[in-house]
Design a protein around this ligand. Sequence first.
Ligand code: C2E
Ligand code: CA
Ligand code: CA
Ligand code: CA
Length: 280
Amino acid sequence: AKAAGGDRWQWFDAAHDEQAQEEARLGDDLDLALLRDEMFLLFQPIVELPSGRPTGVEVLLRWRHPTLGLVPPDVFVPLAERTGRIVDIGRWVLENASRQAALWQHRYGERAPAKVSINVSARQLAEPGFVAEVEDILARTGVDRDRLLLEVTETAVLGAGAPLEAVRELRERGLRVALDDFGTGQSSLSLLLTVPVDVLKVDKSFVSGEAAGQAGAVIVEHLIGFTNGLRMEAVAEGVETEDQAQRLHEAGYSLAQGFLFGRPVTAEEIESGLLTAAAR
Ligand code: C2E
Ligand code: CA
Ligand code: CA
Ligand code: CA
């Protein structure tokens, strides 16, 4: 069933026990992925509106499976969350992204991406030693903490353990936190009152996705009002067309991310972009 229909990820629709077996096998492979050096990071620009000038990047994890090829993170991240492997993988992401940020800071100074956004999963946030681990990584990689932005989802923050406390403590220590995929969870607006964060990432479903019509536009316009009132920054995700960018700018957004401005690319490609920008 795996290769059926051109999309090899369709096997998730296959018969249930076959699916469970495939998932168990994929989970075993995932356990070895870091050891086998199969994971790598891509970086997608976050830009200012209306100029389109890059101001930061989001770090996006990739897994090149030895036989299946690139496995989408929407498949392997939830799997890693279920098996618990996300804790090791997330630590690896944090460490390598911080090292990359430190290198850019050292090599390019003012021209380096001002902010490097790193996705942090629910399981990581709920680990008792998470804050100490972040401090350890900061110390070892030498990155300035104000260069990092940790992206968490509302489900992560509301999960079991002490994720909310972790968010508070990270911010007390001068790290910035973004609420990711905002608007897709259960309790979005009330959450803003209990969880102080620095940045709201407005989910792409409102910007360019299924909900992006009339209702999406209204939500997008209201969210910018909330963020202004709460002294937060807003990033519009999933911007794909000039028209969307124009309307977001008119609604008051000054930060955006999406295929219109750039797909996720390697660190080298980010660097050559910095160099061409400097040469202009
Ligand atoms: P996310 O954090 O919401 O990341 C943004 C996703 O939207 C990325 O998908 C990105 O490629 C995609 N995207 C960017 N611009 C556009 C656009 O204009 N249109 C559309 N349709 N999509 C756009 P990607 O890289 O496949 O990652 C999917 C998800 O996997 C991420 O969603 C995040 O939840 C998770 N993920 C990725 N890397 C990590 C990681 O290092 N740690 C954890 N815990 N999760 C990660
Ligand atoms: Ca994210
Ligand atoms: Ca997102
Ligand atoms: Ca997402």
